[in-house]
Design a protein around this ligand. Structure first.
Ligand code: IYR
Length: 228
């Protein structure tokens, strides 16, 4: 039986979490770091299918992220239709063509050289699933009244981080793609006015021979300041 308590008129449940001895905490933190450090953004996908259940599980994982006032202000649109993927690719490439050829600054293009990206986005059609993450600027109740959401960008960023970790854990790969501007996705997917697209994420197995840029990650002193 779940242990419950009423606080201020609201139901709370006892939170029981397994804890470990300090050496195990150290070991687990290290192992998780090394395992997460293996995650890489991949741009070359296999067309090998993935069970829909896997996509459902990674989306449920994403939706377990913390969010402002627990509003879960997100919608994950899951695209597997070849026809729709083709339309999305066409529209994304049209925007990206403009970006690469006139909208992005020289400095930006220079910063991207190490990734060897360009306006071609074949992965949108090749990956078995494309998940598009929408943020909900506000919600609508049953009567159509606006309901506030809070810290929407932060919440959707957290959920998308969880999504990427779940994809990595399943042994799959993803690309966090941000075609810009991305409002064409609202039209193509017929999303309501309270939803705005944030990320386009192809998900699948990596292509048989896949290369990723030889990156270095920042060391601890470059990313953390300790106030002991
Ligand atoms: N949206 C473009 C360009 C791009 C921008 C950044 I910042 C990247 O880290 C990678 C790519 C594209 O997806 O190609």
């Amino acid at each position: 039986m779940e242990k419950t308590k009423t606080i201020g008129g609201y139901d709370f449940i006892a939170y029981t979490k397994e804890t470990y001895e300090e050496d195990i905490v150290i070991q687990r933190s290290k192992e998780f770091y090394h395992w997460m450090d293996q995650r890489r953004t991949v741009r070359e996908f296999s067309d090998k299918p993935i069970p829909k259940e896997v996509i459902e599980n990674i989306i449920l994982t994403a939706s377990s992220a913390p969010s402002g006032a627990h509003k879960q202000p997100w919608t994950f649109c899951v695209i597997s239709s070849a026809e729709l993927k083709k339309k999305i690719r066409g529209a994304a490439e049209a925007e990206e063509y403009e970006s690469y050829n006139s909208r992005m600054s020289q400095e930006w293009l220079e910063d991207l050289k190490q990734f060897q990206t360009d306006w071609h986005k074949p992965f949108i059609e090749i990956a078995p699933y494309v998940v598009i993450v929408f943020k909900k600027a506000y919600d609508l109740d049953a009567d159509g009244n606006k309901q506030n959401n809070y810290y929407v960008n932060e919440s959707v960023g957290l959920a998308t981080g969880f999504l990427l970790a779940a994809i990595h854990h399943a042994g799959l790969v993803a690309l966090t793609h941000t075609p810009s501007p991305m409002n064409f996705l609202s039209k193509l997917l017929e999303r309501p006015a309270n939803e705005r697209p944030c990320f386009l994420i192809p998900i699948g197995y990596p292509a048989e021979e896949t290369y990723v840029p030889k990156l270095k990650r920042k060391v601890i002193d470059e990313i953390a300041v300790f106030y002991d």
